[in-house]
Design a protein around this ligand. Structure first.
Ligand SMILES: Cc1cc2nc3c(=O)[nH]c(=O)nc-3n(C[C@H](O)[C@H](O)[C@H](O)COP(=O)(O)O)c2cc1C
Length: 431
């Protein structure tokens, strides 16, 4: 190459580099963002939700019981597992669908029940269920949902599941089972880990209790961020706010205002839901029945004996009994206890990455559920925010499948994960 040609080549290379950088500068200057303007991962979505929300509803989602030990463990334990790929495999075609209770879902990522999303965004479950439908997956309507399951089913084609709290009295929970059936919910999830509310001191400090209280934190938030606070009050005023749609619809609290409904709801937590009540629910519900909150082999076997079709390994995102093991750590024990049966195993708690999902599936889960992440998406950007959360995780799953050398999720097994020796468990009574 002559000196002249080399100089021209260098110049051309520099121009090719500079052009996109200048375009980025232009986008930044005009407020239209740079190449990484949108959230790249779930932690980014959380950060965006934090920036856009009032601290009060945000801290309610972030909250966990007592010292946050179990919540932290949920997140950290995924990091203790390392992956064992299967390279030298043709992975041009990859399929991330899963079969669950006779239905094919396009993704192993389902949305977990979370109460009162109306305090984050007026669209609440309409955004969550709409995004889940678009992504070909399940949205689970909490019994403490903001919009009623009937209204959600009218707007969103599903598939929808319904979550039931274990209120001790059959007269109290029966209307909700009937409501879910009338709305066409495909599965019923009974949450077992809430005989009483968890000790969420963080919520007491922020005054985020039912009824709400004035606290140093919430007064401080009003003073420090009046605009955010004003926006939040508008959200509460224009959407369902703290109203609980199912409670209003069953007529259990007819005529009561939203605060009274919510307070009454909390009072219904009577620690009386036993195997007899679960057997009653089993008789009432024809479709798939799951129990949520399973963390040991013994509980898994009891659930199976009660005739459930699925268990969700979960510690309620660390919001109930602090001191439970991380969900992913409890998973192998539960999966072993149910091995060879037709009971499906799901997991929630701390799932934030595609690799977390593959690790859970490798250790015996059929699918995972997201709690906080979908609510952060909702708070950050309504329906678009929840779409973003599902898109990020599904894209990560697809990429990670290629990196792991697998074409379908059913190829995953224990051979794909290094489990630390300290994770060995001893099941009382053997297995
Ligand atoms: C704001 C919030 C509300 C929740 N409400 C419910 C609920 O109504 N019913 C229920 O079974 N679980 C509820 N959960 C627990 C979730 O279903 C799920 O078990 C947990 O959030 C999973 O952990 P993750 O947040 O780390 O994904 C809630 C969790 C959060 C964060």
């Amino acid at each position: 190459m002559t000196d002249n040609a080399a100089a021209k080549d260098r110049f051309g290379g520099l121009t090719a580099l500079a052009r996109p950088l200048l375009a980025d500068l232009g986008r930044l200057a005009t407020g239209r963002g740079g190449p990484a303007a949108g959230p790249l991962n779930i932690e980014d979505v959380r950060a965006l939700a934090r920036r856009r929300s009032c601290a009060l509803p945000f801290s309610y989602v972030d909250s966990a019981a007592e010292d946050f030990t179990t919540h932290r463990a949920n997140l950290r334990s995924f990091e203790e597992l390392t992956l064992r790929p299967n390279l030298l495999t043709d992975v041009r075609e990859r399929d991330r669908s899963v079969e669950l209770f006779g239905r094919t879902l396009a993704s192993p990522v389902l949305l977990a029940p979370t109460g009162m999303p109306g305090i984050q965004h007026r669209d609440a479950e309409f955004a969550g269920a709409g995004a889940a439908h678009a992504a070909g997956t399940v949205f689970t309507v909490s019994m403490a949902s903001s919009h009623s399951v009937t209204a959600i089913a009218e707007k969103c084609p599903g598939p929808l599941w319904f979550q039931l709290y274990p209120w001790g009295n059959a007269d109290d929970f029966t209307p909700y089972v009937e409501l879910a059936a009338r709305a066409g919910c495909e599965a019923l999830v009974v949450t077992l880990d809430t005989p009483v509310g968890g000790n969420r001191e963080a919520d007491r400090r922020t005054g985020f209790t039912m009824p709400p209280h004035v606290s140093r934190e919430n007064i401080g938030e009003v003073v420090r961020h009046p605009v955010r606070f004003g926006r939040w009050i508008r959200t509460l005023a224009t959407g369902p706010g703290i109203r609980m749609g199912n409670i209003a619809e069953t007529g259990a609290t007819g005529g009561m205002n939203a605060v009274h409904q919510a307070t009454r709801f909390e009072a219904k937590f009577v620690p009386g839901f036993s195997a007899d009540e679960l057997a009653l629910v089993r008789r009432m519900w024809d479709g798939p029945l799951l129990v949520k909150g399973i963390t040991t082999a013994e509980q898994a076997r009891r659930a199976r004996a009660a005739g459930v079709d699925g268990v969700i390994v979960s510690n309620h995102g660390g919001r109930q009994l602090d001191g439970l093991p991380a969900a992913i750590r409890a998973l192998p024990e539960v999966a072993d206890a149910l091995d060879g049966t037709d009971v499906e195993v799901l997991l929630d708690g701390g799932v934030r990455r595609g690799t977390d999902i593959l690790k859970a599936l490798a250790l015996g889960a059929k699918a995972v559920m997201l709690g906080r992440p979908w609510v952060w998406g909702l708070a950050a950007g309504g329906r678009e925010g929840v779409d973003t959360v599902l898109r990020i995780l599904n894209t990560e799953v697809e990429r990670d499948m290629a990196l792991m050398g697998i074409r379908t999720l059913s190829e995953l097994g224990r051979h794909n994960v290094n489990v630390p020796a300290a994770w060995a468990y001893a099941t009382p009574g053997g297995n």
